[in-house]
Write a protein that binds this ligand. Structure first.
Ligand code: BEZ
Length: 261
């Protein structure tokens, strides 16, 4: 299976860049929820564990606190600098280009794999990085994730003459689709599930949109505020409750797989 084409995409990159302080303010729940996946990973003292798409390193540190030797990689230099400032052994490496060879007891990933649009390439690199018997444990957006948000941006983008490749550059597979990819990569699937996780947004939908999809809005230049207003208005009936709380329509795919001995 090859490159995943984001909704309406023409294979151009997401254009995403990360502002670590606004990420912290608007989406701290990402690492908070990640603690459930950490429990599935169950890091052991003395293990060497790779955190794939480590972001600002909050969960990499937790893996290290469990006594493992934790290494973080992320494609974003600004995230890597933030992780390093916390003492994490972090390296700026795109998940598509892993070159580790049989050196990790486990590879862990939280809320990052949906940004990697050549998933089979990522899985192949993970399988190569694992020692025999090693495990790949992760969670990311599953099929239907942020469907309302994606539909609203898509409609506004079309109406305002936007570039479709900037709308939804994400990979949200079904469990069947991702299980097949894991098997194709030589891994055995121990568990795989997807579930709905309505996620309260601490800085409302505007904060989420600014952090997660700035390139979509910035393409409209002087009309940027019009674009925000149209998307937010379109989303209100679906995601804003009667008290004015915004809740994102998250679907998570959680899995654990092993490299046969
Ligand atoms: C997510 O964690 O589900 C997500 C994050 C950014 C963009 C889209 C989805």
């Amino acid at each position: 299976m090859g490159t995943v084409t984001p909704i309406g995409n023409t294979n151009s990159p997401s254009g995403q860049s990360w502002n670590t302080s606004s990420y912290d303010r608007n989406t701290r729940f990402v690492s908070k929820f990640g603690e459930d996946v950490l429990a599935l990973l169950a890091p052991q003292k003395g293990e060497r564990i790779l955190d794939l798409g480590c972001g600002d390193g909050v969960l990499t540190l937790k893996i290290a606190e469990a006594g493992a030797e934790a290494v973080g990689v992320d494609a974003s230099q600004s995230f890597i600098e933030t992780a390093q400032s916390k003492g994490v052994d972090a390296h700026c490496i795109d998940g598509h280009n892993l070159t580790y060879d049989r050196e990790f007891d486990a590879v862990f990933s939280n809320a990052a794999l949906h940004w990697m649009l050549e998933p089979q390439k990522v899985i192949d690199g993970v399988a190569r990085a694992l020692k025999p018997g090693g495990r790949f444990v992760g969670e990311f957006g599953g099929f239907g994730n942020v469907a309302a948000i994606s539909s609203a941006m898509s409609a506004v983008g079309n109406a305002m003459g936007g570039d479709p490749s900037l709308t939804c550059p994400w990979f949200f597979p079904t469990t069947e689709q991702y299980a097949n990819m894991l098997v194709e990569g030589g891994l055995e699937v121990a568990s795989i599930t997807s579930f709905y996780r309505p996620t309260p947004l601490p800085t409302e939908i505007r904060g989420w949109l600014e952090t997660m999809r700035a390139p979509f809005f910035e393409q409209f230049g002087s009309e940027i505020e019009v674009a925000y207003e149209r998307v937010i208005n379109a989303l209100k009936p679906a995601l804003c409750d009667y008290k004015g709380n915004w809740i994102a329509d998250y679907v998570r795919l959680r899995f654990s797989a092993t490299l046969p001995v």
